[in-house]
Structures are given as C-alpha cells and as structure tokens.
Ligand binder design. Sequence first.
Ligand SMILES: Cc1cc2nc3c(=O)[nH]c(=O)nc-3n(C[C@H](O)[C@H](O)[C@H](O)COP(=O)(O)OP(=O)(O)OC[C@H]3O[C@@H](n4cnc5c(N)ncnc54)[C@H](O)[C@@H]3O)c2cc1C
Ligand SMILES: *[C@@H]1O[C@H](CO)[C@@H](O)[C@H](O)[C@H]1NC(C)=O
Ligand SMILES: *[C@@H]1O[C@H](CO)[C@@H](O)[C@H](O)[C@H]1NC(C)=O
Ligand SMILES: *[C@@H]1O[C@H](CO)[C@@H](O)[C@H](O)[C@H]1NC(C)=O
Ligand SMILES: *[C@@H]1O[C@H](CO)[C@@H](O)[C@H](O)[C@H]1NC(C)=O
Ligand SMILES: *[C@@H]1O[C@H](CO)[C@@H](O)[C@H](O)[C@H]1NC(C)=O
Ligand SMILES: *[C@@H]1O[C@H](CO)[C@@H](O)[C@H](O)[C@H]1NC(C)=O
Ligand SMILES: *[C@@H]1O[C@H](CO)[C@@H](O)[C@H](O)[C@H]1NC(C)=O
Length: 498
Amino acid sequence: MVHLCQLLVLPLWASTGWAAAIDRRRDTRSTASLDTCLADAVGGEDARVQFRDEADFNTTDVKPFNLNLQYQPVAVLYPQTTAETSAIVKCASLYDHKIQARSGGRDFINKCIGGDDNAIVVDMKYFNKVEVDNTTGIATVGPGQTLKALVNGLIDNGGRYIPHGSSPTVGVGGHLMVGGMGLTSRQNGMSIDVLQEVEVILANGTVCRASEYENSDLFWAMRGAGASFGLATEFKFQTKPEPEEIVSFSYNFTSSNLTVLGEALKAYHEIMRDPQLSRKVGITSRFTAASYILTGAFSGSEADFDALKLADRLPTMSTSTVLPGLSWSQFMNSLFNDAGKSNDAGYFYTNDMAVTPETIPSNSSIDSFISTLTSGGEDAQGWSFLFDLFGGAMNDTPENGTAFPHRNSIYFLTAYTRTAEKTPATAIKLVDDAVLSLQNNKPENYLGYAGVPSLSYGDEAQQKYWGSNLARLETIKAALDPNDIFSTPQGVKPSSSS
Ligand SMILES: Cc1cc2nc3c(=O)[nH]c(=O)nc-3n(C[C@H](O)[C@H](O)[C@H](O)COP(=O)(O)OP(=O)(O)OC[C@H]3O[C@@H](n4cnc5c(N)ncnc54)[C@H](O)[C@@H]3O)c2cc1C
Ligand SMILES: *[C@@H]1O[C@H](CO)[C@@H](O)[C@H](O)[C@H]1NC(C)=O
Ligand SMILES: *[C@@H]1O[C@H](CO)[C@@H](O)[C@H](O)[C@H]1NC(C)=O
Ligand SMILES: *[C@@H]1O[C@H](CO)[C@@H](O)[C@H](O)[C@H]1NC(C)=O
Ligand SMILES: *[C@@H]1O[C@H](CO)[C@@H](O)[C@H](O)[C@H]1NC(C)=O
Ligand SMILES: *[C@@H]1O[C@H](CO)[C@@H](O)[C@H](O)[C@H]1NC(C)=O
Ligand SMILES: *[C@@H]1O[C@H](CO)[C@@H](O)[C@H](O)[C@H]1NC(C)=O
Ligand SMILES: *[C@@H]1O[C@H](CO)[C@@H](O)[C@H](O)[C@H]1NC(C)=O
C-alpha cells in the first residue's frame, strides 16, 4: 500500500539499521532509556526536550487548553528538522509510548497532549514556513503556525488565499488533520480540499510524501483523520488570488427572553435549509443567554449582497452592521481581532453535531431547545451555541473522497460551556440536553466534526467523527500503525481483521 517513502538514516541507527537498533535498545533498557533516546533525537539540546519532573513543565510545556483535562505527558519535545522529528517518533515506537503532535494546541479535549496521561508530545513551533511559488501558486506551509500567521503569510506572498477556519490561534497542523472550514468554504471548499501534498512521518519513523499520486491511501486518511496516522511536517496547498471584495455583515438580536431569540434562530434555519442560497455567502452565528448574533461574509459587491435580501428574511434586529468593499486582509484582520475568549485556555466543555438537509431541526425541536435552556437555571450561564452555515462547495466532494465524511452537511453546531472553575456536571448536562432537544432526541441521526470533539460520545466517538469512512480508516491504520503509536482515546484504532 505504502511505497516510495524514504527512511531517514540518522547517526543513531546508521551502522546497524532500524531493526537491529530496536533489538539492541530492547536488550539494554537499563542503559538506553526512553529519556536518553528522546534527548538524543534533538541532539542532546536540553531546552528542546522537557521532562515531567522539571519544575515549570506544566505551565511552560504542557500548557493544557482545556483546564478540566489535566493530562500529564512524559515529555514535550521541540524538534527543528524532519530528521529530528523522525527520530522522536522512532523512540516512541521503540519504547511503545503514545505520541501526538501539537501545532496550535487548540484541540478542545487536549488531544495534542495525548488526551490521556503518559504521552510524548511533539511541539511543532519551529515548523513555521510559508512560501508561495508565484508561477504555480503552490504554497509550502509548516504545521506549527497559527491560522493568523498563515493568512498574513499568504497575503504577503503575492496576495494569495486558501479556505480555512475563523480562529486566529488555531494551528495549521491540527486544522488540516480535521478539515478546516470557514466563512468562504461554501464558495471554495475546505482547507483539506486545496491540499495537494503532505509530508508525514509514519510510526516506524519513515518520512513519506502523500498526494493523489503517491501513497494515496495515506493522503486520503490524513485529510480528516490525520492525527491517528502520522505526524505532518509540511503541507503543499494550491492557493488562489485573494478574494477581491468582501461585504462583512452582522445582525444583532439582543434580548434576555430566549423565546424572542428563538424566533430569529428559526428564521435563520429557513435560510440555512434554502438550497438556492448563494455560495458567496458564509455565516456563523452565536446564540447566548443575552443575544443572538449572526456574523457573515459575502464575496462580492454591496449591490449583489443587497440583492440577497438576507435581512428581510429575519425578524427585526436590535442593531445591524454592513461593511462593504473590504479587502481580504481588512476583513480577516477584523474577524481575527473580534475572536472571543473561547480562543484562550479555560475550563470548558464542548458537544456538537453535523446537520444535513434531512436532519435539520424543525421549529418544534427549536422550541424544545429554547425551553431546555430557559429552565437551565443559575448554574449554567456560560453556555453558547454556534450555528454555522456550510454546505455549498463543501458538498461537491463525495463522502468517501477524503476521510472527512460530512459532505452532505449544511450546517455544524458547536455547543460550548465555559466556567470559572472546573466545569460542573450540571453545566455539561444542560448543554447535552439542549443538543438532544435540537436532535429531537434522536442522536443516532447525527455525526460530529472531529474538529469539535466531545467527551459525550464515549465508545461511539470514532463512528461519530468518521461515519461511513471509519472501516477504511481502520484498515489503513492497521497497515501503517498497527501498535497504535499515534494514539488518543478517540482516535482511529487498527482493525483487528488485517
Ligand atoms: C476557538 C476555536 C475556533 C475554531 N474554529 C474553527 C473553524 O472556524 N473551523 C474549523 O474547521 N475548525 C475550527 N476549530 C477547530 C480546530 O480546527 C481544531 O481544534 C484543530 O484541530 C486545532 O488545531 P491545532 O493545531 O490548534 O490543535 P492541536 O491541539 O495542536 O492539535 C489537534 C489534534 O491534531 C493533532 N495534530 C496537530 N498537529 C499535527 C501535525 N502536525 N501532524 C499530525 N497531527 C497533528 C494533534 O495531535 C491533536 O490530536 C476551532 C477551534 C477553536 C478552539
Ligand atoms: C502537573 O500536573 C499534573 C497533572 O495535573 C499534576 O499531577 C502535577 O502535580 C503537576 N505538577 C506540578 C509541579 O504542579
Ligand atoms: C515572484 O517572486 C519573486 C521573488 O519574490 C519576485 O521578484 C517576482 O516579481 C514575483 N513574480 C510575480 C509574477 O509576482
Ligand atoms: C448588540 O446590540 C446590543 C444592544 O444594542 C449591544 O449592547 C451589543 O454591543 C451589540 N453586540 C454586537 C456584537 O454588535
Ligand atoms: C418572552 O417572549 C414571548 C414571545 O414574545 C412571550 O410570550 C413571553 O411572555 C416572554 N417571556 C417573558 C418572561 O417576558
Ligand atoms: C418555522 O418558523 C419560521 C420562523 O417563524 C417560519 O418562517 C417557518 O414557516 C416555520 N416553519 C414551519 C414548517 O412552520
Ligand atoms: C466512493 O463512493 C463511490 C460512490 O458510492 C463509489 O463508486 C467508489 O467506489 C467509492 N470509492 C472508494 C475508494 O471506496
Ligand atoms: C515503515 O512502514 C511503512 C508502512 O507500513 C513501510 O512501507 C516501510 O517499509 C516501513 N519502513 C521500514 C524501514 O520498516
């Protein structure tokens, strides 16, 4: 299945080869420990290998995003080259330790620190290249930078663009592993849809290039389930010229009466279910106990935007703002500047659902969502629900075209609750109950986005994230990582039949 991958020959193994090195290490564990293997992998530079017994390890190196989930890794490493990263992965395989990459560190359940104790964490911060070939428009991008740095890098390299999500602090690496969708995805698809090639380090340390033409099973798996298959060290994207003109808009419903906000939510569902809606429009919307705010981008002129008559399809607003004629960089800067505190570490919990035209909540499900939240009580003011419109060009790729399976979805819900201290079970239950009411108490009808993972999924997590693509993923996993080295509790597990 996998061929053409290059085994990096490193000083450590050079004389004996990989298999002999494994035997040697296994025989001499007393002298050659995991710790020395890891330290050797980064050339013995202390600052780039941090172990759990070091004083500032938790605050400087582990830095959990979700403070409810205080996992303890064995080590955090900061490689600077592909060869060093390969050597780290080999240590993990040799000593049978779980390993995960960390790019932006924005996974909601801390999968980048293993999603459990005892993982090896590979921080990709030194992998931060952005280069654009201005004859082909192909961008070569490192996983270790944020979306904000990527956007600025593409703009600075000749005004280029790819589709991606809306948070400035999300990392390119993790974003590509799950999909990457944002306000221009209805027109241009997802980040994984413009990915041409990825460099991946496999469980045995082999460095592989994967594309449609080379190691295509691996390429398929990396686009939606990547974290279970390898460690991505470089991406190549087909960029386009940046959008010429953006109309930014915001419709604001403010009320402490959730029933009033619920009417706006119902009207927005009518817009989301409209198959004729222009692909040039993208919308995210945030429902809280005090307001319901829709924020969007239209790619085109003010006149064309006005012709959509979006506002006419919604109830009377408290305020509205329409900013036409923005350049792509003006628009992205204001979007990133407005990003809220959900970008910062804190105590929170997430749930989510992917919604298709067949499973879009009815008005009565929305009524039941409102009454669940209205009776939620004091304990649960920290909740918010994002109703994000997608579909469009995202639906042009077949469900089995990449590992990301949600190609018939038209919107995604992110349910979120954030608390000042450890999130209590009552706050979690309120969010879960609200999601269940939108689902008309039929959770089995809905999948979820791997980018918004939820601990509520239990044993069904893999089925929720990858749906009909799961069986093929398990087969590829068995071939490439049979010992589940690239592992988290909710990751793809190797099929037992292969
Ligand atoms: C505030 C916020 C807003 C968001 N908005 C959007 C949005 O608009 N659109 C959208 O699509 N998603 C969105 N997301 C989800 C986001 O895309 C995912 O959480 C993404 O996985 C985060 O990437 P990261 O690099 O920051 O995460 P990390 O925590 O570093 O990584 C997440 C997972 O990917 C793995 N991983 C990271 N880097 C690599 C690598 N180089 N090779 C292999 N595996 C790797 C990690 O091991 C981990 O399992 C949002 C998340 C947050 C927190
Ligand atoms: C670091 O965090 C772990 C996990 O919560 C905890 O067990 C350990 O005591 C912490 N170490 C320090 C020095 O605070
Ligand atoms: C391509 O990039 C080079 C180097 O940055 C620059 O000198 C050249 O003008 C660019 N060409 C085009 C067509 O943008
Ligand atoms: C929404 O409107 C309310 C009331 O007019 C105002 O206080 C709030 O700042 C507005 N929010 C946004 C994001 O526009
Ligand atoms: C909330 O609004 C609804 C619909 O307008 C109204 O019937 C209800 O009485 C209001 N509730 C409160 C507490 O004001
Ligand atoms: C649902 O509610 C919206 C907003 O009130 C309304 O426009 C729509 O017709 C309703 N749908 C049905 C099927 O009643
Ligand atoms: C993907 O699905 C299509 C249509 O169902 C099918 O024809 C095709 O063989 C599938 N491809 C793979 C690789 O399974
Ligand atoms: C590493 O694993 C890949 C995928 O299974 C395989 O093709 C390759 O030959 C392996 N390399 C070594 C050196 O064992």
